[in-house]
Design a protein. Structure first.
Lengths: 1106, 221
C-alpha cells in the first residue's frame, strides 16, 4: 500500500511535484487520541437525565439514578459546594452512568417493546418474555449500580444484559422455528377459519370465497381440513427427525420437508390472518352503518394486500419465486397491520362500539390474535427469504442500516442474526459439511453487527489505543495540494485490519476482527457508493475535458476501467460475501481510484480556475466528511486528508462538528429519516436517535460545552499536580501514558492513581512520566512497583529504562510477581553504579544495566545463571498445600486478601491463609498436579477445600463454585474438551443460553451417546436425609431441564464423585432411577477406566448396549 | 459418641398378601428400629419432594405398596439419621435393608427378636448381618437370586435353606448354628467390626462348605 502512495507522489503534476520536493513534509494538524469526555460533568449529567426521562415504563425502575442526577444538578434540594474529592467522585459516576446509558437506554426501550406477550405466539410468549425480562433486569441493574459509581459491577451487569439480549434471537427462533413453533402456527388455522366463516355469516356473505381462502386452506372440506393435513406432515417430519437423531444419519430430505412445511404453515396462517382482518373490517363496515367510512380505507387497503398475495395462489411461477412473492406480499400486509395507522383505525372503530354500548369482545380478541400471528409471520418470512436463497435483499437492507448497531433495531436484526446463528443454520441446512458457504459468509457478516453492539466500548478503546495514532500518522501524503480535501488514504484502515488479524495483542481476535471488518466495510461502501459511479455521471464536464485531453485521455480511460473492475467487489461487500482479504483489497482499490481521479481533475482544470476546481471536488469533500462522521460515531478520530476533520469524537456518543459540515450531517440524518433535535436540558447540544436505536449528541466545534470542559479539566489538573507535588506537565504526561494503556478510560486512570500509596504517589507519577518508559506500563506491574518503594527510587535515580532492563533480567520477565532476589539485584546495581571509580566507568555500568542483555546484566551483578528446577512433588499429607512456595504468598494470599477486601470481609491472617490454601489447591488441580493421585486421595483434596472454606467463613455460594471447579479438574475425565451445550434437544453454539444443559462428559455407545453430569455434592456423604434431599433435587433438575435438553435418542446419567454408604447409595439410586425418571444411570465414586476416556483424536471406546 | 451401626438385610419372596407385609412393616417399625419412625418417604414416587411424618396409616400404605407391582420402595427414617429402614418391592424379591445402632444383646439375639416378631409363615427366606463400613458390595447388591459371599451372620429358611443343603448341612458348617423360627442362623463373626484373620478364614470355609462362590451363587429365585 505504501509503495503505491510513494509511486503516486513522484508522478508528474503540481500537487505531487511539491510533495516530492519536500524531504520531510510537515504533518497536518491531526487530532490526538480521543480525549475521553472533555465535556463538563454537569453536561454529561444533563444528557444522562434526559435519557432516563425518555426511558418510558422502565424509568420507574431507575428512579434512584434520576433522583441523584437531579440533586447533582441542583434541580432538587440545595446544591452545596463540593470538595475536589467529591467533585471527582461525581464526575466518575457521571462518566460511568453516561457510558452505561449509551448501551442500556436504547436496549431498554427496545426490550420494553419486546416484553409485550401479545406479540408472540401463545405457546411461546411466556418463555420469550421471561427471557426479555431478565435482559431488562440486567440493564436496569447496570444503571442502578452505575449511579453508585461502581464500575465493575455496572459493566458486568451491562455485559449480562448484552449477553441476554444477544441470546434472544436464539430463544425466539428455538421457539418459533422448531416443531413446537410450527405446531403453534398450525393450531391457529382452525380458529381463524371459524372466525372468517362466522364473520362472513354475520355479514351475510356465506358464499364468498377468495383465492386467499385457498392459500389458507379454508377451501378444504371440514371433514379433511388443511390444518389436519399440515399436522400429519409435522408428525412425519418429527418422526424422521427423531430417527435422524437416533441414527446420527442426517438426511437432506428431512430438512427440506421441514422447510417446506414451515413455509406452507406460515403462508396459510399469514393469508388466513390477513383474510380474517379483512373480513373483520367488512363486518365492521356493516355494523357501523352510517359511520362505515371509518373502516373503509383500512378494508380497501387490506383488500389490495390480499390481491397482491392472491396473485401467487394460482401462479405457474417456479416454486422459489412463488414463495418469495407470497412472503413479500404477506410481509407487506403485516407491516400495515402492525402500523400505527391501522391501530388508529381499530381504536376508532372500537370506540364507536363503546359509544353505542356494542363492544364485541370476540372481535377485539380476534385483532389480538391477528397481531400474534403477525409476529410469527415476520420471523418466518425472514426465514423464508433466506431459505429460498434470496440473501441479497436482506443483506442490502441490513448493511444500509449502518455499522453502529445498538438494540434499537433489535427486532429485525436479531431475528436475522438468530436465523443464521448455528441454531438456525444447522436446523435448516444441516451440519456445516453440507451447508452452503454463502450462508456461512452471510452469517459471519451479520454476526459483525451484533458483535459490534456488544463490543462498542471495546472498539472505542481499540481505536484510542491504536488506530487513532496510526490514522494520524498515515495522513502525510496529501500536503497542501489543491484537491487535498478530497484525497483519502486507506492505509490506516488496512493496517489496522492487518494488525488485528495478525497481531496477538487482542484477547479475542475474532471479535475484534469482526468489528474492524465491519467498520471498514461500512466505510468502503460509503466510498464505493460515490466513487463507484463513472465520472461521466458525476462530473460530465470534467469527464469530457479528460476525454479530449491528448495527454490525459489514456490515464482517464484506464481510470474508468479500473473503476469498472471495482464493481464486482463492491457487490460482494453489499451482499456481505466479501472476505477480510477481499475487503482490504477493495479498500486499496477504492483509494487508488479516488486519488487517481483527483490527480486527473487537478491536472485537467486550468490553474487559477479555483471555482471550477472547488465545484469538481465538492462531492469528494462531502464523501470524506460522511466517512469521518461515521467513524466519529464509532469513536475514531480521523485524519483522512490534510484538512482538520469535519467530524471528530469528543467522547463516547458525542461528536463535534465543523459548522461547514452541518449540511453533511443533516443529509446523513435525513437519509435515515431523522433530524437533529435540541437537547431539552442543554441548548448547546443537539442529538439524534439513529434507526439503530442509539442516541448521538452533536456539538458545534467551539461550542460552550467543549470550551467549558477544557477549562475545567486544565484547572483540575493544575490543582491535582499541586496537591501531589509534581510539575503540571509531568502529571499531564503520566496521565496521557496511563490513558493510553488504560484504553482511554479516564476513570480507570483516576482509580489507578488513587490506589498508589500516598507517600509514593509523586515518585510513581514521575516514574510513569519518565521518557525511558516507552511501552505501555502494565497495571499489575505498577502495583508491584508501588509495593516496592526502593525499586521506584532506583527508577527515579537511574531512569525507568534502567529499572526495566534490570527487572527484566532478574524477575524472569514476570510483571505480576515480584521475585525476591530482584531486591538484592537492585541493591547490587545501585552499588555498582555508585561505586564506579570514574564518570566513564559509571556511564559504562549504566549503559550495561540499561541496554545490556540478560546475561550481561546478570554477569555485572554477579547473579548466577538459574538452573531449571522441577516443581517439587506435592505433599500428600498437606494435600498439596505449601505455604513456603512463592506462589502461595505472592499470588494466592494476595488474591485472597483482595477478594476479602472487595467483599468487605474482615478475616484473621489464618483465615486469609486458608483462602490462599484453597486457591493454591485450585492452581495445582488446574496444572494437573494431582493427576496421579488415587481417587480417594483426590477426594481428600476436595474434603480439605470444603473444610478450609468453612473454617475461613467462605460463603456457601463462592465455596460451592470453587469446590465445583476444583472437582472438575480433579475428576472430570473430559475436562480438557470443550463443553457441549444443549437446549431443547439441539446443540447450541457459543455461550450457554438460560435453561440449557451443559454435560460434564460423555460416553459414546454403539447406538447413542450417554451424557453425564458430575456432582461433587458433599451432602451425599452427610447422612441419609441430606443424601435423599440431594437425590430428589437432582431428579427434579433432570426432569425439568437436563434430560429434556439432550438430543433425542441420547441418554442422561449422573456421576457422583463421592461414594456414600451402601444403604444411602441404594436409597439415592431408587430415587434417581425410579419410575418416571429420565436418568439412565447413576455412578458413584471412581469411574471405570475405559469407557469415559474419549480423547478428541482417538478412537472412541464403544460400550455394547445392555 | 453414638454406638456403631449394624447393617441387616432381610429378603423375602414377593407376595400379593398385604396383611403379611403389614406384619413385616410393624416388626421393622416396632422392633427393629428401636426408637421408632419419625417420618417416611416413598423413594419410588417421582413427585415426592420431602419425607412426610410417620403416622399410624403408614404401615397399611407401605404394606399395600409391597404387595403391589414393582418397583416400589420406601425409606423409614428415625430421629437418629444413622438409623433407618429401606423397604423395596422388586421383581424377584422384597428387600428390607436396616441400619440400627448396635443392640445391647448379641447380634444374633437381635435378629431372632426381629424374625420372631413376624408371623411364622412370613419369615424372610434369607437374612444377614454385617458391618456397613466394611461390607462387601456384593452383599448389598445381590439378592435372593445370587448370594456369592457369606456374611458374618447368615440366616436361611425355606427354599434357601433347602438349596444350601438343609439344616443339617448348616449345623456342620464352621461357626455357630442358631435355630430361629423355621430356619437357621449361622454366626461366623462379629457383624459390628471388620473381620479378623480368623473370622475371614471361617467365612471362606463356610462359603466352601455351603458351596457358595461367585461362580456358583446361592440362588432361590
Amino acid at each position: 500500500m505504501l509503495s503505491g502512495l510513494m509511486a503516486a507522489s513522484t508522478a508528474p503534476g503540481r500537487l505531487f511535484e511539491s510533495l516530492a520536493l519536500s524531504a520531510t513534509p510537515s504533518r497536518p494538524a491531526a487530532p490526538g487520541p480521543a480525549d475521553a469526555y472533555p465535556v463538563d460533568t454537569s453536561v454529561l449529567e444533563e444528557l444522562a437525565l434526559e435519557e432516563i426521562e425518555d426511558l418510558g415504563p422502565v424509568r420507574e425502575q431507575v428512579w434512584l439514578a434520576e433522583v441523584m442526577l437531579r440533586q447533582d444538578l441542583g434541580l432538587e434540594g440545595v446544591r452545596r459546594p463540593r470538595t475536589p474529592a467529591e467533585e471527582q467522585a461525581v464526575r466518575r459516576r457521571a462518566v460511568l452512568l453516561f457510558t452505561v446509558l449509551g448501551v442500556a437506554a436504547p436496549a431498554l426501550k427496545s426490550l420494553t417493546q419486546l416484553a409485550d406477550p401479545a406479540q408472540y405466539l401463545a405457546g411461546t410468549a411466556t418463555h420469550i418474555v421471561g427471557h426479555v425480562d431478565r435482559a431488562i433486569d440486567a440493564y436496569v441493574e447496570a444503571v442502578n449500580v452505575a449511579i453508585e459509581g461502581d464500575a465493575d459491577p455496572a459493566l458486568k451487569a451491562l455485559d449480562l444484559g448484552d449477553q441476554r439480549a444477544a441470546d434472544l434471537p436464539s430463544v425466539v427462533l428455538a421457539r418459533y422455528i422448531s416443531p413446537g413453533g410450527i405446531n403453534e402456527l398450525i393450531v391457529r388455522l382452525d380458529p381463524l377459519r371459524r372466525a372468517v366463516a362466522g364473520m362472513r355469516a354475520q355479514s351475510g356473505r356465506t358464499t364468498v370465497k377468495r383465492l386467499a381462502d385457498r392459500l389458507a386452506g379454508f377451501d378444504q372440506p371440514e371433514t379433511d381440513p388443511y390444518d389436519r393435513r399440515l399436522m400429519f406432515r409435522l408428525n412425519q417430519v418429527q418422526a424422521a427427525w427423531a430417527a435422524e437423531k437416533a441414527t446420527k444419519i442426517r438426511l437432506r430430505s428431512t430438512s427440506q420437508q421441514m422447510r417446506s412445511l414451515l413455509v406452507d404453515a406460515q403462508v396459510a396462517v399469514a393469508a388466513g390472518s390477513v383474510l380474517a382482518a379483512y373480513e373483520q373490517l367488512v363486518l365492521w363496515e356493516k355494523q357501523l352503518d352510517e359511520d362505515a367510512d371509518i373502516a373503509t380505507p383500512a378494508r380497501e387497503r387490506l383488500d389490495q394486500h390480499l390481491k397482491e398475495i392472491e396473485k401467487y395462489a394460482t401462479t405457474t411461477l417456479p416454486e422459489a419465486e412463488r414463495r418469495k412473492g407470497l412472503l413479500d406480499g404477506t410481509a407487506a400486509a403485516f407491516a400495515y397491520l402492525a402500523s400505527s395507522e391501522y391501530a388508529d383505525v381499530v381504536d376508532r372503530i372500537i370506540s364507536e362500539f363503546e359509544l353505542e354500548a356494542f363492544l364485541d369482545q370476540a372481535l377485539t380478541l380476534l385483532v389480538i390474535t391477528g397481531a400474534a400471528a403477525i409476529t410469527a409471520g415476520m420471523a418466518a418470512s425472514v426465514a423464508g427469504a433466506v431459505l429460498a436463497g434470496m440473501l441479497e435483499g436482506v443483506a442490502i437492507g441490513t448493511a444500509a442500516t449502518g455499522f453502529v448497531v445498538w438494540a434499537g433495531s433489535l427486532v429485525v436484526e436479531t431475528l436475522v442474526f438468530g436465523l443464521v446463528s448455528e441454531l438456525g443454520s444447522e436446523f435448516f441446512y444441516g451440519p456445516p459439511a453440507v451447508r452452503a458457504s454463502a450462508t456461512q459468509d452471510f452469517a459471519v457478516t451479520m454476526l459483525t453487527f451484533i458483535v459490534l453492539k456488544a463490543s462498542a466500548r471495546g472498539w472505542g478503546a481499540f481505536v484510542e489505543r491504536f488506530a487513532a495514532k496510526r490514522l494520524a500518522d498515515s495522513a502525510l501524503f496529501v500536503q497542501g495540494g489543491r484537491v487535498a480535501a478530497g484525497m483519502v488514504t486507506m492505509h490506516a484502515f488496512t493496517e489496522a485490519h492487518a494488525y488485528v488479524e495478525h497481531g496477538a495483542a487482542m484477547s479475542s481476535g475474532k471479535r475484534w476482527n469482526s468489528i474492524v471488518q465491519n467498520v471498514l466495510m461500512t466505510v468502503g461502501l460509503e466510498l464505493g457508493m460515490y466513487i463507484g459511479r463513472p465520472l461521466t455521471v458525476r462530473l460530465a464536464a470534467v469527464a469530457q475535458k479528460l476525454e479530449r485531453h491528448p495527454a490525459l485521455r489514456d490515464p482517464y480511460l484506464a481510470l474508468e476501467r479500473d473503476r469498472e473492475a471495482l464493481q464486482p467487489m463492491l457487490d460482494r461487500m453489499r451482499s456481505g460475501e466479501a472476505s477480510a482479504q477481499e475487503l482490504a483489497a477493495t479498500l486499496e482499490h477504492l483509494q487508488r481510484v479516488v486519488n487517481e481521479e483527483l490527480r486527473l481533475i487537478d491536472a485537467v482544470i486550468e490553474p487559477g480556475a479555483q471555482a471550477e476546481l472547488n465545484a469538481a471536488i465538492a462531492g469528494h469533500r462531502t464523501m470524506v466528511a460522511r466517512v469521518q462522521l461515521q467513524l466519529a460515531h464509532a469513536g475514531v478520530p480521523t485524519a483522512l486528508n490534510a484538512e482538520p476533520p469535519a467530524f471528530r469524537p469528543l467522547g463516547r456518543r458525542i461528536v463535534a462538528y465543523d459548522p461547514a459540515a452541518k449540511e453533511t450531517l443533516d443529509a446523513f440524518l435525513a437519509e435515515r429519516d431523522r433530524t437533529l433535535k435540541r437537547s431539552k436540558r442543554n441548548p448547546d447540544i443537539d442529538y439524534a436517535d439513529l434507526p439503530t436505536g442509539e442516541r448521538y449528541y452533536y456539538v458545534e466545534q467551539g461550542a460552550p460545552a467543549e470550551k467549558v470542559a477544557r477549562a475545567e479539566r486544565l484547572a483540575a489538573l493544575a490543582q491535582e499536580a499541586e496537591r501531589i507535588g509534581v510539575e503540571e506537565q509531568t502529571l499531564l504526561t503520566a496521565r496521557e501514558k496511563l490513558l493510553d494503556f488504560l484504553q482511554g478510560r479516564e476513570q480507570a486512570v483516576d482509580e489507578l492513581l488513587a490506589s498508589f500509596r500516598a507517600e509514593n504517589l509523586a515518585n510513581m507519577v514521575e516514574l510513569i512520566a519518565d521518557p525511558g518508559w516507552k511501552k505501555p506500563p502494565k497495571k499489575a506491574f505498577l502495583k508491584l512497583l508501588d509495593d516496592h518503594p526502593d525499586a521506584v527510587f532506583f527508577g527515579r535515580a537511574y531512569g525507568m529504562d534502567t529499572l526495566l532492563n534490570v527487572f527484566k533480567a532478574l524477575n524472569f520477565r514476570n510483571y505480576e510477581v515480584w521475585n525476591r532476589p530482584t531486591d538484592a539485584g537492585l541493591q547490587r546495581a545501585t552499588g555498582a553504579i555508585e561505586a564506579a571509580p570514574t564518570p566513564e566507568a559509571r556511564a559504562a555500568v549504566l549503559t550495561t544495566l540499561r541496554t545490556g542483555t540478560e546475561a550481561q546484566v546478570k554477569a555485572l551483578l554477579g547473579v548466577a545463571k538459574k538452573k531449571f528446577i522441577r516443581a517439587p512433588q506435592l505433599n500428600r499429607k498437606e494435600v498439596g498445600i505449601d505455604r513456603s512456595r512463592v506462589d502461595w504468598k505472592e499470588v494466592h494470599l494476595k488474591k485472597a486478601t483482595r477478594y476479602a477486601t472487595e467483599h468487605g470481609e474482615v478475616l484473621t491472617p489464618e483465615q486469609l491463609g486458608m483462602r490462599a490454601d484453597i486457591l493454591q489447591i485450585q492452581a495445582n488441580a488446574e496444572y494437573r498436579r494431582y493427576g496421579k493421585w488415587s481417587w480417594n486421595d483426590r477426594l481428600k483434596v476436595l474434603d480439605k477445600v470444603e473444610q478450609l472454606g468453612k473454617d475461613s467463613l467462605l460463603d456457601r455460594g463462592p465455596l460451592n463454585s470453587r469446590r465445583g471447579s476444583i472437582s472438575e479438574w480433579l475428576f472430570n475425565p473430559q475436562r480438557h474438551l470443550p463443553k457441549r451445550v444443549f437446549l431443547d434437544r439441539i446443540e447450541v453454539p457459543g455461550r450457554a443460553p438460560e435453561g440449557s444443559t451443559i454435560p460434564d462428559f460423555f460416553v459414546k455407545h454403539a447406538d447413542h451417546v450417554e451424557w453425564f453430569n458430575q456432582k461433587s455434592d458433599i451432602r451425599v456423604v452427610q447422612g441419609m436425609r441430606d443424601a435423599v434431599a440431594a437425590a430428589r433435587e437432582y431428579l427434579q433438575i433432570a426432569i425439568e431441564r437436563e434430560a429434556r435438553n439432550i438430543p433425542v435418542g441420547d441418554t442422561y446419567s449422573l456421576h457422583f464423585v463421592r461414594t456414600p454408604e451402601a444403604s444411602v447409595r441404594e436409597a439415592m439410586t431408587r430415587i434417581l432411577l425410579g419410575p418416571g425418571s429420565p436418568i439412565k444411570r447413576v455412578i458413584f465414586g471412581e469411574l471405570p477406566p475405559s469407557p469415559v476416556v474419549v480423547l478428541p483424536d482417538q478412537p472412541v471406546v464403544v460400550i455394547p448396549p445392555k | 459418641m453414638s454406638a456403631p451401626v449394624l447393617a441387616a438385610e432381610l429378603r423375602f419372596r414377593p407376595a400379593a398378601d398385604a396383611a403379611r407385609w403389614r406384619a413385616v412393616v410393624a416388626a421393622v417399625a416396632g422392633v427393629a428400629l428401636g426408637t421408632g419412625p419419625t417420618d417416611v418417604t416413598t423413594l419410588s414416587d417421582v413427585a415426592e419432594v420431602e419425607p412426610r411424618p410417620w403416622t399410624a396409616a403408614e404401615p397399611d400404605r407401605i404394606a399395600l405398596g409391597l404387595a403391589g407391582d414393582p418397583p416400589t420402595s420406601y425409606l423409614i427414617l428415625t430421629a437418629d439419621d444413622g438409623v433407618h429402614a429401606l423397604l423395596a418391592r422388586d421383581a424377584e424379591q422384597v428387600k428390607v435393608s436396616l441400619r440400627v445402632r448396635a443392640p445391647a444383646e448379641p447380634p444374633v439375639g437381635w435378629l431372632r427378636r426381629v424374625v420372631e416378631a413376624l408371623e411364622p409363615d412370613a419369615v424372610p427366606e434369607m437374612a444377614m448381618l454385617f458391618d456397613p463400613d466394611s461390607a462387601d458390595d456384593r452383599l448389598t447388591e445381590e439378592g435372593l437370586s445370587g448370594l456369592t459371599v457369606v456374611p458374618p451372620v447368615l440366616y436361611l429358611s425355606g427354599p434357601a435353606l433347602t438349596v444350601a443343603g438343609g439344616e443339617a448341612r448348616l449345623r456342620e458348617a464352621p461357626g455357630e448354628a442358631v435355630p430361629i423360627a423355621d430356619g437357621v442362623a449361622l454366626a461366623l463373626g462379629d457383624p459390628l467390626a471388620p473381620a479378623t484373620g480368623a473370622e475371614s478364614a471361617r467365612l471362606d470355609a463356610a462359603a466352601e462348605h455351603l458351596g457358595i462362590s461367585p461362580e456358583l451363587p446361592l440362588s432361590t429365585a
